[in-house]
Write a protein that binds this ligand. Sequence first.
Ligand SMILES: Nc1ncnc2c1ncn2[C@@H]1O[C@H](COP(=O)(O)OP(=O)(O)OP(=O)(O)O)[C@@H](O)[C@H]1O
Length: 480
Amino acid sequence: MPPLSRTNSCVDIDFTLRRKFKKTSFRPLQREVIVAALSGDDVFVQAATSFGKSLCFQLPALIDHGITIVISPLLSLMTDQVNALRAANIEAGTINSHTPYPERQRLFSDLATGHPVTRLLYVTPEQCNADSFRKHLRVVHEQRELARIAVDEAHCISEWGHDFRPTFKELRWFRDSFPDVPIICLTATATPRVRQDVLTTLGLSETKLKVFTMTTFRKNLHYEVRFKCDKEDHYGDFLGWLKRVHKRRAEDPARRAELERNNERLDNVSGIIYTLFRQDCEDLSARLRADGIGARPYHAGLRNDEKNETLRRWVDNEKGYDVIVATTAFGMGIDKENVRFVVHWQLPKSFEGFYQEAGRAGRDGKASLCIMYYSREDRDRAFTRLAKDGRSGSNLEARVKTLQALIEYCEDTDTCRHKLICRYFGEKEIPACDYACDWHKDAKSLKRAKLNGLESEEWVSTQRDMGRFDNGYEGYEGYD
Ligand SMILES: Nc1ncnc2c1ncn2[C@@H]1O[C@H](COP(=O)(O)OP(=O)(O)OP(=O)(O)O)[C@@H](O)[C@H]1O
């Protein structure tokens, strides 16, 4: 069979950007990635949260002839992207476990023609393993209409990734079955080891591969670690901070006038608080509501319609829906531009999870705060949970390593937070942090806060020996 021809690569990609995506210009390096994809090479993209990775496969999909299959583990993200593409009159669809039967049939019939009108088809990795789906793709490929395979959240392929999903390993089938079809994979969180693992697992050969590894540095995110211990409730610290933000907005005449002009509420300071437990979502959001903050819970125990309603109202900046108190059920893929803060109420399960979740903040490029509340008791509880999970789960070693790295990040009071993050992801360059972390702002106060805020290691180890931290499993949405 002759190689797949790429007849349309000369089309003006700036024109497509403006016409179809309504964007005026590319962000740095987006153009280079898109040109590499259009040249028919395999592409690996690692870029910071909110970089605009989706455009890197969506735009080529509209230029190249044929259909692009997008593999993503996130049902909500797929639905959001498909809806956004359809709103822009782009033929897109998704086949996943929630797709209604008639829609599924419609998409399968489209594939069966061998010349699908669908330009972007979003599927789960599970779907890619189904014989019927594979059969249809073979038909499309025989007609030389299979343009590209895009693997989003590619770190899920690697057992060294924080979110390893065994079904992702089966994606090797694409390279084995369609060696001439280019693959583009994208992630925000890959250590060098994960990166190599992804490339090997997918069968991407170095001779035909272009790798783009951009910095994970997000200069508008202000990172802070706040120290706590079991004996003290950190609720007051957070509420005090948020109330002060509301007050500043109200008291600054220029800011107030600006908000009124834009029809914005003074207390619409949009944020996310991540907790590990469903009960915490309920309790904390109720407590905040009682204190006049528009907070709502979001976790896997809620009905889908409740979750959708909460998400919609939050995205629309409705009164009473300013702060989402969520478990990790609410995470990757959230693309609301004005999230001004992300708080981790307890230590999250991994370094990458922390970076991903914090990355929901400041997607409009404006300064936003990422607060992590850290205690040594939480640290010990995290290891206890990990040991329990590890009995049944895989990649325990990787999970211990990433948790340890996160603990080191929290305990470190001698280094810029941005530097610690970049270092974790294997970057050599030191980012130019412009007072955008607690260490740069006031290293002395940071050290003092740690000394005063944390329990001593001696006390914690006595409690540990007494089995005091062996709790916290009910409603836990850690490793799912
Ligand atoms: N060239 C551009 N100009 C303006 N906006 C853009 C451009 N490219 C992407 N965006 C916007 O940036 C936002 C983030 O894009 P996207 O969701 O693809 O990010 P991402 O890299 O996948 O981030 P994450 O890994 O955090 O989910 C989206 O709202 C998207 O429309």
